[in-house]
Design a protein around this ligand. Structure first.
Ligand SMILES: Cc1ncc(COP(=O)(O)O)c(C=O)c1O
Length: 399
């Protein structure tokens, strides 16, 4: 016990922060595995993992050891010099993906900014990027412009030029939107913030074919779906489609801020010294955390277990949907990013369901005003899945 209540610390916080967040009334002080503890000692079963960040759970010993070691040796030097942790990270990313070149950033939005800039400089005179309705790509101006949800753009107009949004899942309309100014198509293989909406294989393969036909870059935003979340290291691996550029962040450093934009050599050549940069990008401590994270994820059997547990969570959510047809229509997702899609009546109660779950000590959220979203640490156990389902059953039963 810290001697200060959730209420006291939250009140202090509200006095000094710009009000960009509406937070739940808990001050988190400790995390281990799939559990968080607040300032009053209450425990939470975490099925959000810091919004798809702590893939290995909170304070994974291998990641903590790597952070502590690196923090004792070298914390920061900028990208004027080489460091081994970022080199090792880039080697791991290229060894385990389609890519052979890497740019390191600090966040998802920055990784997407790098991808947008690379596509534009690669495109020469062409600058247009087509993304999808319902997508989410970040909060900087360019990534907000790429995001296919008007609510994130409202009040910040005029948006940067060169972004258009194709309807979800419609290749014909998308092809008609391609002009001689278009340089790239940007999409998430599964829309996370948009309500856990997977795009099907045929559609994604169709996008690849369109990019090849019109000489466009295919950019996959795997910031939420990457790093094992879907049961393969990257979602594209199970979809039969290779992008030209992929962006990563979130779970890459298991909680330390780091992002990456990866691509192939020929495309990467459009960036030359001075065209793009980041002071902190690939910082040694964040890189060391990411190296440790990747090594755990790449160990034998880890991803197979994610797939198995993902199937189990999916099945349990389907059972729940059939028990509460007035509230939920079914489950969807890949691996351990799963959504329980709500009916109209369910949607009206989405926020209340999440709050009741919180009060009962279980963290989930409501994505895209469509689906309850479940993003447990990938190390979650079946027992923990059962516990979450039991709490959710109680909550849905009380609605
Ligand atoms: C698919 C996707 N892209 C980009 C982002 C932005 O990442 P960040 O918040 O690290 O800037 C997110 C964050 O939710 C995301 O889910």
């Amino acid at each position: 016990m810290m001697g200060k209540t959730n209420k006291e610390i939250a009140a202090r916080s509200d006095q000094v922060f710009i009000g960009t967040y509406s937070r739940y009334p808990a001050v988190m002080v400790k995390g281990a595995g799939c559990r968080l503890t607040d300032a009053e000692g209450k425990e939470y079963l975490d099925f959000l993992a810091g919004i798809a960040v702590c893939g290995l759970g909170h304070c994974h010993p291998a990641v903590t050891a790597a952070i502590c070691h690196q923090a004792c040796v070298l914390v920061h030097v900028s990208n004027l010099y080489y460091t081994e942790p970022q080199t090792e990270l880039a080697e791991l990313l290229t060894a385990h993906s389609f890519a052979d070149r890497v740019f390191l950033a600090n966040s998802g939005a920055e990784a997407n900014e790098a991808a947008i800039k690379l596509a534009r400089i690669w495109g020469g005179e062409r600058y247009g990027i087509i993304s999808l309705a319902g997508s989410f790509h970040g909060r900087t101006l360019a990534t907000v412009a790429a995001t296919g949800q008007a609510k994130f753009q409202k009040g910040f107009e005029p948006m940067p030029e060169g972004f258009s949004h194709a309807p979800f899942g419609d290749l014909t309309v998308l092809e008609a939107m391609i002009t001689d100014q278009t340089c790239a198509i940007l999409c998430e293989p599964l829309q996370g913030e948009g309500g856990v909406r997977p795009l099907d294989r045929d559609y994604l393969q169709g996008l690849r074919a369109l990019c090849d036909k019109h000489d466009l870059l295919l950019i996959f935003d795997e910031i939420q779906t990457g790093m094992g979340r879907t049961g393969t290291l990257f979602a594209y691996e199970q979809l039969g489609v290779e992008p030209d550029i992929m962006t990563l962040a979130k779970a890459l450093g298991n909680g330390l801020p780091i992002g990456a934009m990866v691509t192939r050599k020929g495309i990467a050549a459009a960036f030359t010294p001075g065209t793009h940069a980041s002071t902190f990008g690939g910082n040694p401590v964040a890189s060391a955390a990411a190296v440790a994270t990747m090594k755990v994820m790449l160990a034998d059997g880890f991803l197979a277990e994610v797939r198995e547990k993902g199937n189990y969570l999916h099945e349990q959510l389907q059972v729940l949907a059939s028990r509460f047809p007035a509230l939920a229509t079914g489950a969807r997702g890949l691996g351990l990013i799963q959504g329980l899609v709500l009916t109209e009546a369910g949607v009206e109660n989405g926020g209340v369901i999440v709050t009741r779950m919180f009060e009962k000590g279980c963290l989930i959220n409501f994505a895209g005003n469509v689906a309850l979203r479940f993003l447990p640490p990938l190390i979650v156990s079946r027992e923990e899945i059962d516990q979450m389902i039991q709490i959710l059953t109680e909550v849905l039963g009380e609605m």
